[in-house]
Design a protein around this ligand. Structure first.
Ligand code: UDP
Length: 320
């Protein structure tokens, strides 16, 4: 059976992906330095003989290749990803680590792919579109990103990672694909990660005020984790994806006010809603055009926001 490296495998999306790959009987080598991921996310997997965990920083290792034997596939998900500066885990608090994970880290993982003749997937982000001037955003849109604003350490790092991936693809013929992940949520998000869905749910469960940044008219489109994991596997394992860039997300676009109201209603809390300042460069809208994912991967999300929120609320209710 194939050997799969999951960089960032102890993070939210990475740990769900590792679990699914193990269920499908792959051998998984999870690489993570645990700065924003958590060992508790993979504790069940550690007992599994098909699973191994390497606690290392993909951007720093001198002898990175020396840690690996046979590798067939590489998923690169290793990066802080939350923009909320109030969260200790936010990329705002790890600016240099974020830049290096997506630059030097991407270089190391692509070198591994080249040496082992492995297929490679880079997880980019909807953030490469910045505050988009077109909506929904197709893969062909170049984006509207502030190169030195507070979000730039993430946005520009991901843009650099995309360029690095194409560098290896064009110069060395490495079998690569880039996916741009839009907002994703579900069980095992970190409670203190500062993302809007986990924050609102935990505020509602605790009976404290839901904090809307700005007037709440900004939009996001939320994809449930199981749909995202399915898409990631299809993007790397489907034959015709070499050299492609593919948006992955759920096009069901909602305002942040709608999300707050839905969570309030579903948790049945009388928490109030308060408004705080909108952070700098917070995109006003975000909605993926997933035509390409549908055509190339035969994938589209199946889980509605109502169903996904119900499962996520249930998880946090039991976790707290
Ligand atoms: N947001 C909010 N309250 C919070 C956390 C986030 O209103 O407590 C807003 C945030 O300003 C943004 C949206 O929710 O407009 C999504 O934020 P998140 O951090 O989840 O991800 P982003 O899509 O900005 O990367």
């Amino acid at each position: 059976m194939s050997n799969i490296v999951v960089a960032g495998g102890a993070g939210f999306i990475g740990s769900h992906l590792c679990k699914r790959l193990i269920e499908e009987k792959y051998t998984v080598i999870c690489v993570d330095n645990l700065i924003t991921g958590a060992e508790s996310n993979i504790s069940d997997l550690l007992k599994n003989p098909q699973f191994s965990f390497l606690n290392l920083d993909i951007s720093k290792e001198d002898d990175f290749l020396g840690h690996f034997q046979d590798v067939d596939y590489i998923f690169h998900l290793a990066s802080p990803a939350s923009p909320n500066k109030k969260s200790e885990r936010s990329y705002i608090n790890y600016p240099i680590e974020t830049m290096l994970a997506n630059s030097a880290g991407t270089y190391n993982l692509l070198t591994l792919a080249k040496e082992k003749n492995a297929k490679f997937l880079f997880t980019s982000t909807s953030e490469v579109y910045g505050n988009p001037a077109v909506s929904p955003q197709p893969e062909t849109y170049f984006g509207n990103v502030n190169p030195n604003g507070i979000r730039s350490v993430y946005d520009e790092a991901k843009r650099f990672g995309e360029a690095m991936t194409f560098g290896f693809h064009r110069k060395y013929g490495v079998d690569t694909r880039i996916v741009r992940i839009f907002n994703t949520y579900g069980p095992f998000m970190q409670k203190d990660d500062g993302r809007v869905v986990s924050t609102f749910i935990n505020q509602a469960l605790e009976g404290s005020a839901l904090t809307i940044f700005g007037d709440g008219s900004q939009t996001r489109s939320f994809c449930y984790i199981d749909d995202m994991v399915e898409a990631l596997m299809k993007a790397l394992f489907t034959q015709n994806t070499d050299g492609e860039v593919i948006n992955l997300g759920n096009p069901d676009e909602r305002t942040i006010t709608e999300i707050a109201q839905m969570v309030k209603k579903m948790v049945s809390t009388d928490s109030e809603i308060v408004h705080e300042d909108l952070p700098q460069d917070d995109p006003l809208k975000r909605k993926p055009d997933i035509t390409k994912a549908k055509n190339l991967l035969g994938w589209e999300p199946k889980i509605s926001l109502e169903e996904g929120l119900t499962k996520t609320i249930e998880y946090f209710r039991n976790a707290s």
